[in-house]
Design a protein around this ligand. Structure first.
Ligand SMILES: C[S@@+](CC[C@H](N)C(=O)[O-])C[C@H]1O[C@@H](n2cnc3c(N)ncnc32)[C@H](O)[C@@H]1O
Length: 454
């Protein structure tokens, strides 16, 4: 039997071969790390995605295995320097400055002149990042963008950015996300340990950092933070569209619902999940609920995308606070990525309000991520075929290759909002506490949880 080291190395090699054959099929090379990122067919190819998942999981496990434990520890304990370095380059538009010099790069003296920062300090941060494959140092003290840094290139030109810094993240989800993570979340992260033991009056580590109990969304509305709120919206834009639409259209047998059955999209924002459902299943009556200002936006969204659904009354846009009693007795209620924003008690309250209005035959559907355990799954809701199946000796959740992302989002939810991602058992528990029985789980890039009233 191969040693664990060889088995990991072999997994890497066999998956690199798989990846290269997918590239061949698409008539392309695998994108180089040295050039700016360009989207390609590879990004959505399921075989390429599985191969990269295994390579990432195996490479991270191999590193943790072969490095001196003290080096691994130092690396983990110094992650804040990476966040701080990205914060600096993002806020000071360094990637946008480098973009003008193309692959030949720009000397730190010139970057210093354009950012108003001493060039020797620039060298230290950019070399730190280049050593971690974020930028290239093409000659001593000369830096160029690469595949990773190019992700935070802003859509606007440098002249436009300088003219109107408040709008500089509009249309640039990578830069907006990097800003939100390395500023608001970074601030909150310093209080996680204290929050775990004694949250005091605060709902999240972020609240502890700003010493204010205002929820982050209300905090974004303060005049001095409006630009941050605008950046958050830019970071989230398009997030919902990354999920395959079949997740929603095949969640249940919508066609089998009787004509005129009502479906409520709770906390539905403008109704972007409801829109394709309303088009595909015209026999159903849909209600999209959200807060006042969002429903105002929803009016424009539907007038633009499907005005007839509003005029013929098939789709209703309703102002409703989900902490108040649910006004609609519906056949189906669904919530997409709403519950992860809230602590357990609030999540339970939202579902209890729906339960109080539900009929015995109503269904509740949640679309949320599953936090995979780092060991073999034992949930009766997952068959062998649907549980993550990383090949040995990878962690069953592929480690960084798959579980890395969801576990990071879980900590992010706690940090900013006191919210949480959940394991399947925690979804069972959430139902128990709010009067719902979990009947079925459909895993996927976003999982579907189907509940019946108890
Ligand atoms: C993460 S977004 C998800 C939106 C939508 N379900 C989707 O997947 O696109 C959370 C939504 O909850 C809404 N929301 C927050 N607090 C609310 C409340 N008290 N009552 C109703 N909706 C609320 C927000 O306005 C936002 O649209």
């Amino acid at each position: 039997m191969a040693s664990a080291l060889k088995a990991l190395a072999q997994l890497i090699l066999s998956n690199v071969e798989r990846l290269e054959s997918v590239c061949e099929k698409h008539g392309t090379d695998h994108p180089s790390l040295d050039t700016p990122f360009v989207p390609s067919a590879l990004d959505a190819d399921p075989v390429a995605l599985e191969a990269s998942r295994q390579i990432v999981g195996a490479a991270a496990q191999l590193l943790a295995t072969v490095r001196q434990p003290m080096e691994v520890l130092q690396d983990y304990c110094s992650g804040m320097y990476t966040a701080a370095a990205v914060q600096f380059v993002n806020a000071n538009d360094v990637v946008d400055i480098l973009q003008q010099s193309g692959s030949q790069g720009l000397h730190s003296n010139d970057i210093g002149l354009k950012t108003g920062v001493d060039s020797s300090k620039i060298d230290r941060l950019l070399r730190y990042l280049a050593t971690r494959h974020f930028f290239r140092e093409v000659q001593p003290n000369v830096y160029a963008n690469n595949k990773i840094s190019s992700i935070i290139l802003k859509l606007k030109s440098l002249a436009e950015i300088q003219k109107d810094p408040v709008s500089k993240y509009d249309g640039s989800p990578g830069a907006a996300m990097a800003g939100h993570f390395t500023e608001e979340a970074f601030m909150g992260s310093q209080h996680i340990a204290q929050f775990m033991k004694d949250p005091g009056q605060y709902q999240s580590p972020f609240n502890m950092a700003i010493q204010d109990t205002t929820n982050i969304f209300a905090w974004f509305e303060k005049p001095e933070n409006v630009w941050r709120g605008r950046r958050f919206v830019a970071a989230m834009k398009g997030g919902g569209e990354r999920f395959p639409p079949e997740i929603f259209s095949s969640a249940i047998d919508w066609k089998a619902l009787k004509s005129g059955s009502s479906v409520v999209d709770v906390g539905g924002n403008v109704g972007s999940v409801t829109l394709p459902l309303a088009k595909a299943f015209p026999h159903l009556h849909f209600v999209v609920q959200d807060l006042d200002h969002v429903i105002n936006e929803a009016q424009d969204y539907w007038k633009e995308n499907c005005p007839e659904a509003l005029t013929d009354g098939r789709v209703e846009l309703q102002v409703h606070d989900f902490f108040k009693p649910m006004p609609v007795k519906a056949d189906v209620y669904f919530l997409r990525v709403v519950l992860h924003d809230w602590p357990q008690a609030e999540g339970v309250k939202i579902l209890q309000n729906i339960r109080d209005a539900a009929k015995p035959s109503s269904k509740l559907i949640l679309f949320e991520s599953i936090v995979p355990h780092a060991c073999k799954e034992t949930s009766p809701f997952l068959s062998d075929a649907s549980a993550p199946t990383a090949p040995a000796p990878l962690l069953p959740n592929y480690g960084l290759g798959l579980g890395g992302f969801v576990t990071m989002v879980d900590i992010q939810m706690m940090t900013l909002l006191g919210g949480r991602e959940r394991t399947i058992e925690e979804f069972v528990e959430l139902g128990k506490e709010s009067g719902w029985k979990l009947e079925e789980v459909k895993p996927g890039p976003l999982a579907t949880f189907i509940y019946s009233p108890v």
